[in-house]
Design a protein around this ligand. Structure first.
Ligand SMILES: C[S@@+](CC[C@H](N)C(=O)[O-])C[C@H]1O[C@@H](n2cnc3c(N)ncnc32)[C@H](O)[C@@H]1O
Length: 295
């Protein structure tokens, strides 16, 4: 990760002032967007501030302002560091346990209808959600070998370093900890300990693609693969203010096929989704209202 040092500064040495946050969000957002694709406008200041305090320290910076000065001065490493500061990349396999049985059932119904399956992880971080969806889709397809079901998973994210990790597809024990044993056994164990213990097998990779996509861009275009049977839009809307959330939701929900399911996350609450074209079928799972099967 650019700019990260191995010797963090003491917490007291860090200056992430409200003024620096404002400067980051207001004065550099356009510049940042142009240079690295970071979303503008709807960034939540309080959320960003708490994250920045930790990240600035980990990077060995003395202040956010210092980093901003260097970025505005054109230093590429500082610019990349700022881009990374504005995105949180934590994820894990099987992160929201209630999602996956719902996805499995939905995909089985689609296979029975002889439909090719498409799933989109719309802020895929290091690929954990997309690969979990792939494991679930492969398992669903394995119940219908006579149909030879076609399925694909798309993972997109704004952060290119995360996408590189997603494509590499190598994970540590803690990344896959919650994965049920029957799915874990589909991964390739590549060592007994260490950071790259689990690899994604080739037969899964054939079905999964990753690429860059900024959900918040004003000129956002739907992925060419749309419409999707299921979309994961989880733990990303929390970065944005209400207006930006509305815009992103509208865009993403428009990529669902009729009967498609949208998965958000417990941290994001219901987001008012149930009042629109989507109907809640779980605490953070929504189906296009026209054909909702459960309430
Ligand atoms: C906390 S991770 C969520 C990963 C996964 N969806 C999950 O729930 O575990 C948030 C991801 O959103 C991405 N992100 C932030 N802003 C984004 C944007 N404007 N467009 C696309 N992805 C974005 C970050 O880079 C990060 O990888």
């Amino acid at each position: 990760m650019p700019g990260r040092t191995t010797a963090p500064l003491p917490r007291a040495a860090i200056a992430v002032t409200p003024e620096a946050i404002e400067r980051l969000v207001e004065r550099t957002s356009l510049q940042l967007q142009q240079m690295s694709g970071v979303a503008d406008g709807g960034i939540k200041r309080g959320f960003v501030a708490s994250r920045l305090a930790v990240e600035v320290r980990l990077r060995g910076e003395h202040s956010l302002s210092g980093l901003l000065d260097r970025a505005e001065g054109g230093e590429a490493e500082a610019q990349h560091a700022l881009r990374d500061l504005l995105t949180i990349n934590y994820s894990s396999f099987w992160r929201e346990p209630e999602h996956w049985p719902i996805l499995a059932e939905h995909l089985c119904l689609r296979i029975q209808a002889r439909a090719p399956l498409r799933v989109w992880s719309a802020a895929c971080a290091r690929g954990e959600e997309a690969w979990t969806a792939a494991l679930v889709a492969a398992e669903a397809a394995s119940h219908f070998v006579a149909f030879d079901p076609a399925w694909e998973v798309l993972g997109t994210d704004i952060d290119t370093a995360s996408l590189d990790a997603a494509i590499a597809g190598r994970y540590a024990d803690e990344d896959i900890g919650a994965l049920p044993e029957r799915l874990r056994s589909q991964l390739l164990a590549t060592g007994s300990t260490g950071a790259a213990r689990w690899d994604i097998p080739a037969d899964l990779r054939e079905h999964v693609r990753f690429r860059h996509l900024d959900l918040a861009r004003a000129d956002w275009q739907p992925p060419a693969e749309a419409p999707f049977d299921a979309i994961f839009l989880s733990n990303v809307l929390i970065y944005f203010d209400r207006a930006a959330q509305e815009r992103i939701l509208q865009n993403v929900a428009g990529c669902l096929r009729p009967e498609g399911i949208l998965f958000t996350s417990r941290t994001e609450g219901n987001l008012g989704l149930a009042t629109r074209q989507l109907k809640a079928v779980g605490t953070c799972t929504y189906i296009t209202a026209r054909t909702a099967r459960r309430s």
